[in-house]
Ligand binder design. Structure first.
Ligand code: SF4
Ligand code: SF4
Length: 377
């Protein structure tokens, strides 16, 4: 099957082909003033003419040219809402005459396509794969959902002010990790469709599309390069070592004085994966359930052990989050835990910006003695 890029006149043709095969399509939908990922039942449900305005502590949907399909970037939710649900029943138990009977939750996952996955979101899924399906440990529900999901990605033709994926090498163009990838060309001239898997090739073949021209292929690449150049934030390259070397930098106190400890950043983050486990019973004691729900390292109870919480101060909790995400994650999972999506910046109610904090923490700690002057040889 051909893997050469194709020209897709309109993304609703692809959406219609997926729906016609009985595939559940989950894609972008405006919900309560933001782009969320929801089931799309009809090709015309794909939003058009929308963009977004994002900055620290700010997100608003905005209008763009009426013919544009994908000028918005990432919203408050990520695909982890589907692959790693916020609240999940792990098991239940019923008392019986001679003990109890365990029940496993029924978790149907129909054949599904994620439509409109951004490159930084593919990177986030690959990071969560290393947490939930890493060879030595597998969360069976996560693995089943991931394996049963087709990825239709969209390379970004526009960056929000909060995006910094170019500096984390996770966007704005996906090189792998998708079944099909779209890049929107100049308004009204369609999209480039790239094929990343046999299943993607099979679906693309049902559309009988024309090959993309060399000019369209070049335009798509130039669009991605221009999107990367347009990004105004960049994570410092040496941040992993900087954080390890500066656990007592005064900037930790500075950021802690602004941080509300609300955990919004961790809930919006597509890679954060901390959970709590709760056991509940009914009043008779005949029925019990165990639930797993998202938790956050910003919650005081997260480190509760007998006698109290380990990380009691806002400083220690913010430092834990940022140092794990940007530094210790490399030791644990072989990569940064940050994909440069900017969600934690836009959705922090007080506008704390992880990139600005990283730059501030990279400045010399004024409480330390200045380094000795370099001696001439
Ligand atoms: S830390 Fe912030 S910018 Fe990085 S992946 Fe998480 S939400 Fe996105
Ligand atoms: S950094 Fe912002 S979003 Fe995160 S816990 Fe602090 S106030 Fe909340």
């Amino acid at each position: 099957m051909t893997r050469a890029p194709l020209h897709l006149p309109d993304p609703t043709l692809l959406l219609a082909a997926l729906l016609a095969e009985g595939i559940r399509v989950i894609g972008p939908a405006p919900v309560q003033g933001a782009i969320a990922y929801e089931p799309l039942d009809r090709p015309e449900d794909l939003p058009k003419g929308l963009s977004d305005s994002q900055s620290p502590g700010h997100y608003r949907l905005a209008e763009t040219a009426p013919g544009r399909w994908f000028d918005y970037v990432v919203g408050p939710q990520s695909w982890k809402k589907w692959l790693f649900p916020a609240r999940q029943k792990l098991w239940s138990a019923e008392r019986t005459a001679d003990g109890f009977e365990l029940g496993q939750p029924d978790e149907p996952w129909p054949r599904t396509a994620f439509f409109g996955v951004r490159p930084c979101e593919i990177a986030a899924m690959e990071i969560q794969d290393r947490v939930f399906d890493n060879g030595s440990f597998t969360d069976p529900g996560y693995a089943r959902r991931r394996a049963g999901t087709l990825i239709v990605s969209v390379n970004c033709a526009r960056a929000a002010e909060t995006c910094f994926c170019a500096s984390t090498a996770t966007g704005p163009r996906a090189e792998a990790g998708y079944d099909l990838a779209l890049t929107e060309l100049a308004t009204g001239t369609g999209l480039l469709l790239e094929i990343g898997s046999d299943e993607g090739a099979r679906i693309a073949a049902t559309l009988a599309l024309a090959p993309a021209t060399p000019a369209q292929i070049a335009e798509a690449k130039a669009t991605s390069a221009a999107t990367a150049r347009a990004q105004t934030r960049a994570m410092p390259e040496a941040i992993a070592g900087t954080l390890k070397a500066n656990p007592e930098h005064p900037q930790w106190e500075d950021v802690a004085a602004r941080c509300l400890g609300c955990a919004n950043c961790t809930l919006a983050c597509p890679t954060c994966f901390c959970t709590d486990v709760e056991d509940v019973t009914d009043l008779s004691g005949d029925h019990a359930e165990r639930w797993r729900s998202w938790d956050s390292c910003f919650s005081i109870d997260f480190t509760y052990v007998h006698g109290g919480a380990v990380r009691r101060s806002g400083k220690s909790r913010y430092r834990q989050w940022m140092t794990h995400k940007l530094s210790a994650w490399h030791d644990q999972f072989g990569s940064s835990g940050c994909t440069g999506c900017g969600r934690c910046i836009a959705w922090c109610p007080v506008g704390i910006d992880i990139v600005a904090e990283a730059h501030a923490l990279s400045a010399p700690d004024p409480s330390l003695p200045a380094p000795a002057p370099h001696e001439e040889a």
